[in-house]
Design a binder for this molecule. Structure first.
Ligand SMILES: [Zn+2]
Length: 186
């Protein structure tokens, strides 16, 4: 199962500079050969700490039972609660290849989606892709625009198209879930 724990948020100034941002947080519970794996993708910002604790609590998920935290990239607004998950190993662009095989047994795939940063990864599970800031908000899909903040525009555009062409439900970096039916025409 995959569950959006927090939708993420982002606010812009009148000159369209990001003022504040907290990433989405996604929980995956996978099963293979009678073993359960528990993964959190991105951990948002410090001010969301209590919210996250309560949310996992209400789901009956113990923070200490999380096996892996996957950070879609290094930006602070995606990683500030990593330490909530004390027994979790942290997976990033830098080490994901070491975990690929193990995760694939649970149907979890990691894909490089560079451009927003040069360490951006997305996570594919069933009909879902957790995009991180390769798709920060739904409008990136609707308007076919790469993320405003990017290190390499060409790569960011490539990553946008790569994700779009997968035809999956997209859990965006800061703007909740975009269902496939909602962008079928884009
Ligand atoms: Zn970012």
């Amino acid at each position: 199962m995959i569950k959006l724990i927090y939708t993420g948020d982002i606010t812009y100034s009148s000159s369209l500079k990001p003022l504040s941002a907290s990433s989405s947080v996604t929980y995956i519970e996978g099963m293979a050969n009678g073993k359960t794996i528990r993964i959190v993708i991105d951990t948002s910002t410090k001010d969301k700490k209590e919210f996250l604790i309560n949310k996992f609590n209400s789901l009956g998920v113990k923070l200490e039972n999380i096996d892996y935290v996957i950070n879609t990239h290094h930006h602070y607004d995606h990683i500030e609660n990593n330490e909530l998950f004390k027994n979790a190993r942290i997976i990033t662009y830098n080490n994901y290849k070491d975990f690929e095989e193990g995760l694939s047994k649970y149907g979890i795939k990691i894909m490089e989606v560079l451009g927003h940063t040069m360490d951006s990864i997305a996570i594919i599970y069933g009909d879902y892709i957790v995009s991180g800031d390769a798709i920060p908000v739904k409008n990136n899909i609707f308007k076919n625009l790469p993320p405003k903040v990017h290190e390499d525009k060409e790569l960011a555009t490539e990553s946008l198209n790569k994700i779009k062409n997968l035809r999956k439900n997209i859990i965006t970096g800061h703007d909740g879930l975009l269902n496939i039916e909602d962008y079928a025409d884009y």
